[in-house]
Design a protein around this ligand. Structure first.
Ligand code: NCD
Length: 308
C-alpha cells in the first residue's frame, strides 16, 4: 500500500483487518517482536507532537524495527527552503516507510506523490489525521462493540480540528449513525466536510452550540481542543478557547454507557476530575493508537504475521 493520506484511503474491510491485527498484537505481542527486523521508519514532523510521533516510534520499536527522524523542522533542510517533494525523495533513500506531519493541508499528498516508499499522513494542517481516527475506531470498537447505530457528539473546534474531519468521514460509512455537531458559531464543521461525508451518505446531523442539551442523547462524546495555532488572531482564540468545559457536574446529564473521547492534548476542555469517571476513554485512545499504528505499518510494508 502506497499511502494513507485520508482515512477513506482504507476501505471498511481494511479497517476491520487492521482492528483484527491490533487485537492479535494485544493478545500476543511477542509474536510481532521481530516482524519489522531491519526495517526503518522515518518520522518527519514539521509541527509539534507528543502522542502521534512517539506512538509511531514505539510502534516501530515494538515490531523490532528502527526509527530515524529529524529532531525538529527548524534543524532540517526545510529551514533552508527545501521543498516537501525533495525531502520525500531524499528520505526514500534512507527509510522503508515515512510518517509525516506538516502544517500545510495537502503536504502529505505531495510527499506521497514524490516518495518511492509508503507515506502515512500524521496530520496535514487543518485537513485530516487518519491515524488518530484509527486510534478512535479501535477505541469505539473495544468500548462500544460496534460502528453502527451510534449517536456521536463532536464538540469544540470543528472548523480546524482535523481529527474531527477524519472521524466524521470514517463514521459516515456505517449505517444508523447520527452526529450532533456542538461548536461556537465561528468554529462550525466546514461545509466541504458536511458535503463530502454527511450529505453524501445521508447521515442525519444537528448543529448546536449547547453541549448540556446534547449530552443525554449521546453514545459517544468526542471533545476537542480549540486549535490556537490555526487562528489568524489571538483575540478570537482567547474569546473562544473556553467555550466548552466538560465537568463532573455536566457528566451527570450524560448516559451511563456514554464514552468520552478526546484526541489529546487537552487544554481546558475536560476537567481533570472527569478522568476518574469510568466513561472517560481518552487515555485508552492513546494506547489503542499505538496498536493501530503497528497494524498499519505491517500492512503498508506488506508484512504478514499469522493470526491466532
Ligand atoms: C491532535 C492533532 O494533532 O490534530 N493531536 C493528536 O494527534 N492526538 C489533536 C490536537 O492537536 O488538538
Amino acid at each position: 500500500m502506497k499511502a494513507v493520506i485520508d482515512i477513506l484511503d482504507l476501505s471498511t474491510e481494511e479497517i476491520m483487518e487492521l482492528i483484527a491485527t491490533a487485537q492479535d498484537i494485544i493478545a500476543d505481542p511477542d509474536k510481532y517482536a521481530h516482524a519489522c527486523d531491519r526495517k526503518k521508519l522515518a518520522t518527519l514532523f514539521f509541527e509539534p507532537s507528543t502522542r502521534t510521533r512517539m506512538s509511531f516510534e514505539a510502534a516501530m520499536y515494538e515490531l523490532g524495527g528502527h526509527v530515524i527522524s529529524m529532531s525538529s523542522a527548524a534543524s532540517s533542510s526545510a529551514a533552508k527552503g527545501e521543498s516537501v517533494a525533495d525531502t520525500a525523495k531524499t528520505i526514500s533513500c534512507y527509510a522503508d516507510i515515512i510518517a509525516m506531519r506538516h502544517p500545510k493541508e495537502g503536504a502529505a499528498l505531495v510527499a506521497a506523490t514524490n516518495a518511492s516508499i509508503p507515506v502515512i499522513n500524521a496530520g496535514d494542517g487543518g485537513h485530516c489525521h487518519p491515524t488518530q481516527t484509527m486510534a478512535d475506531l479501535l477505541t469505539i470498537y473495544r468500548e462500544k462493540g460496534r460502528f453502527d447505530n451510534l449517536t456521536i457528539g463532536v464538540c469544540g473546534d470543528l472548523k480546524f480540528g482535523r481529527t474531527v474531519h477524519s472521524l466524521v468521514g470514517a463514521m459516515s460509512r456505517y449505517p444508523g449513525n447520527k452526529f450532533i455537531l456542538i461548536s461556537p458559531e465561528e468554529l462550525k464543521l466546514p461545509s466541504y466536510v458536511k458535503q463530502e461525508h454527511l450529505k453524501a451518505k445521508h447521515i442525519p446531523y444537528e448543529q448546536t452550540t449547547d453541549l448540556e442539551k446534547a449530552l443525554p442523547k449521546l453514545d459517544i462524546l468526542y471533545m476537542t481542543r480549540v486549535q490556537r495555532e490555526r487562528f489568524f488572531n489571538e483575540e478570537d482564540y482567547l474569546r473562544l478557547k473556553d467555550s466548552y468545559i466538560l465537568t463532573k457536574d455536566k457528566m451527570k446529564h450524560a448516559p451511563e454507557n456514554m464514552i468520552v473521547m478526546h484526541p489529546l492534548p487537552r487544554v481546558n476542555e475536560i476537567s481533570v476530575a472527569v478522568d476518574d469517571d469510568p466513561r472517560a476513554a481518552y487515555f485508552k485512545q492513546v494506547l489503542n493508537g499505538k496498536y493501530m499504528r503497528m497494524a498499519l505499518i505491517l500492512k503498508m510494508l506488506g508484512i504478514r504475521v499469522d493470526k491466532a
